[in-house]
Design a protein around this ligand. Structure first.
Ligand code: NAD
Ligand code: IPM
Ligand code: MN
Length: 341
């Protein structure tokens, strides 16, 4: 039976993870869960962010279910880098998979788009780019201050995520991959991405390809999101584009993600795209659907496709039954989902 590590984290993380766990447990009973107390509270109590001993223990699990990380009481970056990004990097979760679909019953802020018409996945590179942390600050707090932030792009890292995107596209009905970058300005990294993309594309004559600069892609995601099937892009562009994709498909409360290590050598991690939402934390009004759908990605990753489909079916029913504007209670949604999967 699968061993799941649960890192509920900060803010609404524990609220939404509890609901996701309820749903997973209903559809796939018998998994074991180990809860890890990581995040702002532990940092304040002990100064620890992600002790090596915990990292070792996490490595022994089949998957990690994570809520959200980050709190206004902790300086920005401490937990995000020290906990979340460290997990993605150490476990080499290079495929940051972010599906966006317009569910039946969900309103898009875009007029005239029907449910089902938006169905895209963003394959966001998860271990490199500007997130690698290279750079520095000179002459800090003087008028001469200089800050650099370097983007790391390796042929190995870029090619493997592009390869994954093509494999996913080849298994989807539309079989199309859009590379998104900024090759007109970022000529070094952009050139590498474009060459790696062309090389992998040559191995997949059956997959349609397209290239867009990231500024144009940001626009088309709002004006014509239907045009996308699989998007492959670097770490930061993918971060931003997937919030846009979430916004046009009913909001960040529905957006799921998987931080996947396709080799299986290290555990993959499943988490909502959203953060700890300090503005609504503790009120019981966070939408747990993003966490529940992340649970479905976890199930699929563990080979439990049928159970994952049941979760998707329950979510579709839940969203179809919602009255726009009606108040939402986290626990009620979780209970309804758990009772219908
Ligand atoms: P956020 O996603 O936490 O919140 C943005 C807005 O979306 C807020 O108004 C929030 O109330 C709303 N929202 C988010 N999730 C929701 C849900 N499930 N239901 C209803 N509304 C929801 O982003 P932010 O405000 O930019 O960041 C807050 C903190 O979270 C920061 O510390 C940030 O670093 C962190 N963060 C963590 C993750 C992660 O753990 N994966 C992701 C993004 C941000
Ligand atoms: C996300 C978040 C993270 C990211 C932050 C919190 C490090 O925004 O998961 O989308 O930028 O990847
Ligand atoms: Mn983000």
């Amino acid at each position: 039976m699968a061993r799941i590590a649960v890192v509920a984290g900060d803010g609404i993380g524990p609220e939404v993870v509890a609901q996701a766990r309820k749903v997973i447990d209903t559809v796939a009973p018998g998994f074991s869960y180990t809860e890890y107390d990581l995040g702002a509270a532990r940092y304040h109590r002990t100064g620890e962010i992600l002790p090596d001993s915990v990292l070792d223990e996490l490595a022994g699990h089949d998957a990690i279910l994570l809520g959200a990380v980050g709190d206004p009481s902790v300086p920005p970056g401490v937990l995000e880098r020290g906990l979340l990004l460290k997990l993605r990097f150490v476990f080499d979760q290079y495929v940051n998979l972010r599906p966006s679909r317009l569910w039946p019953g969900t309103a898009s802020p875009l007029g005239g788009v029907k449910p089902g018409e938006i169905d895209l996945i963003c394959v966001r590179e998860g271990t490199e780019g500007l997130y690698a942390g290279a750079g520095g600050t000179l002459h800090r707090d003087t008028p001469a201050e200089v800050a650099t932030e370097e983007s790391l792009n390796t042929r190995h890292g870029v090619e493997r995520v592009i390869r994954d995107a093509f494999a996913r596209a080849a298994a989807r009905p539309r079989r199309k991959v859009t590379l998104v970058h900024k090759t007109n300005v970022l000529t070094h990294a952009g050139g590498l991405w474009a060459r790696a993309f062309a090389a992998v594309a040559a191995e997949h004559p059956d997959v349609e390809t397209e290239y867009q600069h990231v500024d144009a892609a940001a626009m088309f995601l709002v004006t014509q999101p239907q045009r996308y099937d699989v998007i492959v892009t670097d770490n930061l562009f993918g971060d931003i584009l997937t919030d846009i994709a979430a916004a046009v498909t009913g909001g960040i409360g529905l957006a799921a993600s998987g931080c996947i290590n396709p080799t299986g050598a290290k555990p993959s991690m499943f988490e909502p795209v959203h953060g700890s939402a300090p503005d609504i934390a503790g009120k019981g009004v966070a939408d747990p659907v993003a966490a529940v759908l992340s649970g479905a990605l976890l199930l699929e990753h563990l080979g439990r496709r049928e159970e994952a489909e049941r979760v998707l079916g329950a979510v579709a029913a839940e969203l179809s039954a919602r009255t726009p504007g009606a108040p939402l209670r986290t626990a009620d949604v979780g209970d309804r989902l758990a009772s219908t999967v």
